[in-house]
Design a protein around this ligand. Sequence first.
Ligand code: PMP
Length: 285
Amino acid sequence: MKVWLDGKLVDKADAAINVYDHGLLYGDGVFEGIRVYNGTIFECDAHVDRLFDGARAIRLEIPLTKAETVQAMRDTIEANKLVDGYIRLVVTRGVGMLGLSPFKCTCPQVFVIADSIQLYPAELYENGLSVIVSSTVRNHPNALNPRIKSLNYLNNILAKIEAVDAGVQEAVMLNPQGLVAEATGDNIFIVTGGELITPPLAAGTLAGITRAVVMRLAREAGIELRQTNISRYDLYTADECFLTGTAAEVIPVTTIDGRTIGTGKPGPISRQLIQAFRDYIKRNT
Ligand code: PMP
């Protein structure tokens, strides 16, 4: 595999980052995880926009234009003959001193990794995931806003550890107010009384690219959709629940903290949107 690093395509074994890079020392940087379907970068502009917005929020100047960033991804796809897979686009603060100040780091690093993707087994799309609600709350937006897809994922990793310890695949994270924010690497939706509900971005959640597509598809299908706060009780008593994300796409959830959601099988709106999302990929790649 070839990695795009600082303008060059290098072998995976040679793709190295300096130990003084603040991306490594402090998790100082931003990234995107992006799907490639049929050789096409899925929702390319939305990912690039989110990367640049996150960088702006942390005062990180990406040393490429948006067009150059897209070209770097295209070159990586081409060099690896990637047809269906995943690309990881990363911008680190670059090499600096051991102190925190990012202003001593003069050369942000950009790299692009192309790889195959680890998918959930097909069976889970038929039967649904089991998840827990983690005791680790999502970062407070005034500490590290979850809208910034930063290289510091420790908050999510701590919740993921709870999920693995509990023998399930994912954890739902609440915000500091005790309301549902998102899962460790996915956004969350519930269906209650025929209405589709997802927490607003203000609940402390990433503006997921998959979330945005699913919301659009739901509106087009005439499904009632509301962005409103949901509590743990709303999760437990929902008729349906599903997660959305680049890797998982749209995946149903049928157990939360040992409570069966709805009938225990993915419900009709979840199934409709899983199909609509698959059709959307086919139409757009
Ligand atoms: N929330 C978090 C915390 C994430 O890391 C991700 C991406 N893996 C998502 C939501 C889903 O976002 P997207 O649909 O853009 O992949």
